[in-house]
Design a protein around this ligand. Structure first.
Ligand code: FAD
Length: 560
């Protein structure tokens, strides 16, 4: 029974996994196997279309994971989208390229991750990126601005604006409108400070006018390397363990393909990057997790680590719509973005809400811990909440994101609170497959999340009612002008929200004593590793993290 062996096995050929596979296979002396559940989508028009957001939803490349009933939001289930394809969720996402704020990456170091801060990550944002500078005429027409020294110009991932994106007078009108509300023009949200209004860059190949996903950036141009092998349409079900090791060490993985089951061995490392909603399940199926949960499925505990699958943080997405009154044409993608701070959302009420929030943190932490069966400790959660509070109030992180666009002939805004306090979890629902995981984000568990989402709604409405935009807007279609009180907004938000598809935290990188799952020399690398939400969209930070991690793995190679 010959078991094939590679130096590295990457489980999940997605956004993060393909970066690692690419960088490790730069060394011709090591072999890399990528095992991906989906197939190639290189020529799939639902993927390549830069203005085709949503086309892939519900197709066979959408995992469309279903949550459990959401207790705090009327009981209904939610669909959490993620892609089953080489390139992972970067093949179906909204293409937004937005990083994070300096202080929130610096906060990772406070959680016990030595060497993880903005200054150490920033070179990797640039390393991953190939920013396509638009010509002056297009930049002026589309109101695109950027700070060139904050971008990489030679990395694998093309960013910028495709020719069919962002080419209208809308940003000027919106910019003046938002300035009237105190939000300044931000020349480049990717420089580490995100507050204000901007025209957001995207992951698009501007010349080819196609989506730039992880496979186009990190795999196809390099597929000729003899030492990288990609196994498509193959579902990993668990890790295998080396025998006789004092510290449990992964030896390989088991996967199925075409109805057959295979085992493959890693001579050096197994890298898990199956996404925040799957990697923790693979750990559990392999005996790493909460013994009480593992026991229910007859799985023997290899590592007692109750926080696996905990700390799940997703955002709430809601939308509003208005009829169009004047002649303001909008074409292209949803790239007009506002990032208001706490004080811009709460205005005169800021100091009252801030002190109420501060005094509520211990009760919130206790509520989160209790709702998760105390797998995470209230004292640890309170530490995170205090850091989060400081980031919001002292470092003035943006608290919400608002996108503005024309949708099927009406004006629309979509918005979400960026830094939810509610935390849920994801655990296995079967003893032998990642399918049917029990996903419970606990949307709206804490009333501060509802309050922030309400203020974002109110700001969207206020924007549409402020000059000069107001003269182009007719009546409010959704939620309707009769929705004004906190209670009315809460009802509307809970009845109409969806997942923002930004799940993080389920294999959090932080000190084990604080409930961390992955240490800084992580063996799991995907969105699950982020200990907190970031204010930008996730892929930019995931590409940068994976670049940094790949360098660390390579440094290990030289030492060993
Ligand atoms: P993924 O990229 O999802 O990779 C995981 C891979 O593992 C997948 O290819 C999957 O098929 C594979 N896999 C899963 N289970 C198994 C298994 N058992 N065996 C083998 N393989 C497996 N971010 C942005 O930056 N900008 C946006 O505009 C944006 N919009 C979004 C819109 C939508 C609809 C969604 C769903 C997400 C959006 N995001 C956006 C978020 C972002 O795209 C994801 O967070 C990110 O791509 C996740 O990367 P990852 O490496 O963690 O996982």
């Amino acid at each position: 029974n010959h078991v094939p062996a590679y130096d590295y096995i990457v489980v999940g050929g997605g956004t993060s996994g393909l970066v690692i596979a690419n960088r490790l296979s730069e060394n011709p002396d090591v072999t890399v196997l990528v095992i991906e559940a989906g197939g190639s989508v290189y020529n799939n028009p639902n993927v390549t279309n830069v203005n085709g957001y949503g086309l892939a939803f519900g197709t066979d490349i959408d995992w469309a994971y279903e949550s459990v009933n959401q207790t705090y939001a009327g009981g209904a289930k939610q669909t959490l989208r993620a892609a089953k394809a080489l390139g992972g969720t970067s093949t179906i996402n909204g293409l937004s390229y937005a990083r994070a704020q300096v202080a929130q990456i610096d906060a990772w170091e406070k959680l016990g991750n030595d060497g993880w801060n903005w200054d150490s990550l920033f070179p990797y944002y640039k390393k991953s990126e190939s920013f396509q500078i638009p010509d002056a005429a297009r930049a002026e027409a589309g109101h695109m601005t950027w700070v060139v020294e904050d971008h990489g110009l030679n990395g694998p991932l093309k960013t910028g604006w495709a020719y069919t994106q962002a080419n209208t007078s809308v940003p000027v009108t919106l910019n003046t409108t938002l300035q009237n509300l105190g939000l300044e023009w931000n020349p480049d949200i990717n420089s580490g400070y995100m507050n204000g209004f901007s025209v957001m860059p995207t992951t698009a190949d501007q010349t080819a006018n196609v989506r730039e996903d992880a496979a186009r950036a990190y795999y196809y141009p390099y597929q000729g390397r003899k030492n990288i092998h990609v196994k498509l349409d193959s579902l990993v079900s668990k890790l295998t363990w080396k025998s006789g090791c004092e510290t449990p060490t992964a030896e390989g993985v088991v996967f199925s393909s075409n109805g057959e089951t295979f085992t493959v061995r890693a001579k050096r490392e197994v890298v898990l990057s199956a996404g925040a909603l799957v990697s923790p399940l693979l750990l559990e199926l392999s005996g790493v997790g909460n013994p009480a949960i593992l026991k229910q499925y007859g799985i023997e505990t290899v590592v007692d680590l109750p926080t696996v699958g905990e700390n799940l943080q997703d955002q709430l997405n809601n939308g509003e719509a208005w009829t169009v009154a004047g002649n303001l044409s909008v074409t292209g993608g949803q790239t007009y973005v506002a990032y208001p701070s706490f004080s811009q959302l709460y205005g005169n009420g800021s100091s009252t809400v801030a002190s109420q929030l501060k005094s509520s943190l211990p009760a919130y932490a206790a509520q989160v811990a209790a709702a998760n069966g105390n797998a995470t400790r209230a004292s640890d959660i309170l530490d995170f909440f205090n850091i989060q509070y400081d980031l919001i109030l002292n470092d003035e992180l943006p608290l919400a994101e608002l996108l503005f666009f024309n949708s099927a002939g009406s004006w629309a805004s979509q918005y979400w609170g960026l830094l939810p306090f509610s935390r849920g979890n994801v655990h296995i629902g079967s003893p032998n497959t990642t399918a049917g995981g029990l996903i419970d984000p606990k949307y709206f568990m804490l009333d501060i999340d509802t309050s922030i989402q309400t203020q974002a709604s109110r700001l969207a409405r206020q924007t549409l009612h402020t000059a000069p935009l107001a003269s182009f807007v007719g009546s409010e279609l959704r939620p309707g002008a009769n929705v004004t009180t906190d209670a009315e907004f809460a009802e509307f938000l809970k009845a109409s929200y969806r997942s923002n598809y930004h799940s993080v935290g389920t294999t959090a990188m932080m000190a084990k004593s604080k409930g961390g799952v992955v240490d800084p020399a992580a063996k799991v690398y995907d969105a699950g590793v982020l200990p907190f939400q970031v204010c930008g969209h996730l892929t930019s930070t995931l590409y940068a993290m994976a670049e940094k991690v790949a360098d660390a793995i390579k440094a290990d190679q030289h030492e060993s």
